[in-house]
Design a protein around this ligand. Structure first.
Ligand SMILES: Nc1ncnc2c1ncn2[C@@H]1O[C@H](COP(=O)(O)OP(=O)(O)OP(=O)(O)O)[C@@H](O)[C@H]1O
Ligand SMILES: [Mg+2]
Length: 234
């Protein structure tokens, strides 16, 4: 479904991602794990057209999307839920959700928002509340919900568990599984919480300072000595 080949990303003279390969098949949850500054967010941003890639290729369903604009990538069905959630704090939850459907017709957006409310009843209760006053977990639900309104076939989730209490993290990971199983959304999940990310995903990739050092089935990565020491606390 998504295939990155030899992808390079630079910020000026600094090379952040140094020719990585990564593939996501339809229906999969694939996780990308790496420490701070490894280049995870840069990879997601280049897929969604927020930043340009220097070289390499990004194929989505066989089509080169490397030089596409962000709204074109969105229209193809790839939704990026950014690190730090990226919600509009001064808008209500409802208004944030409506923003997610800016490329779609009104009736369609209403139906999708109803679906989001079924998935996150809490957002329905709080739909008139300013998003900036939401708890971290509610903001993450809102960010995912806003992405769902655009009716994605693929979601790029950037550290959805960051800064959340363990019980909320578990909740978010359950939602991720539900999106994949029930809504049939293919997911590329970026996480520093390697433990949970490997448990929810089918396959994983390990990124270190811009290079891919390991990949495989999540079940094998969990049993890999190097991965355990570096990312799973031994
Ligand atoms: N706008 C920018 N200008 C210059 N350098 C940048 C910019 N954005 C990212 N970088 C650098 O690129 C490298 C990769 O950053 P990136 O945000 O992709 O890492 P990450 O794996 O997402 O890290 P984290 O886990 O902290 O979110 C880092 O060294 C970072 O300092
Ligand atoms: Mg990041």
């Amino acid at each position: 479904m998504l295939k990155l080949t030899g992808l390079h990303i630079s910020y000026g003279k600094i090379s952040a991602v140094k020719g990585i390969d990564l593939e996501v098949a339809p229906g999969e949850i694939v996780t990308l794990i790496g420490s701070n500054g490894a280049g995870k967010t840069s990879i997601l941003k280049s897929i969604s057209g927020i930043i340009p890639a220097v070289s390499g290729s990004i194929l989505f369903e066989g089509r080169e999307i490397k030089n596409m604009k962000a709204y074109e990538v969105t229209a193809l069905g790839i939704i990026h839920v950014p690190e730090g959630r990226g919600i509009f704090p001064n808008l209500t939850a409802m208004e944030n959700l409506e923003m997610g459907g800016y490329l779609k017709k009104n009736a369609f957006v209403r139906d999708k928002i109803d679906e989001v409310f079924q998935l996150f009843p809490r957002l329905k209760e709080r739909r008139k509340q300013r998003a900036g006053t939401f708890s971290g977990g509610e903001q993450q639900m809102l960010a995912i919900g806003r992405g769902l309104v655009a009716d994605p076939r693929m979601m790029l989730l950037d550290e959805p568990s960051l800064g959340l209490a363990p019980i909320i993290v578990q909740n978010i990971f359950n939602i991720i599984r539900q999106l994949n199983e029930e809504k049939k959304i293919t997911i590329l999940l970026v996480e520093q919480n390697a433990n949970l990310a490997l448990r929810v995903s089918r396959r994983g990739y390990i990124l270190e300072t811009g290079s891919m050092v390991k990949d495989g089935l999540s079940s094998s990565l969990m049993n890999d000595d190097g991965v355990r020491k570096a990312y799973l606390g031994g």
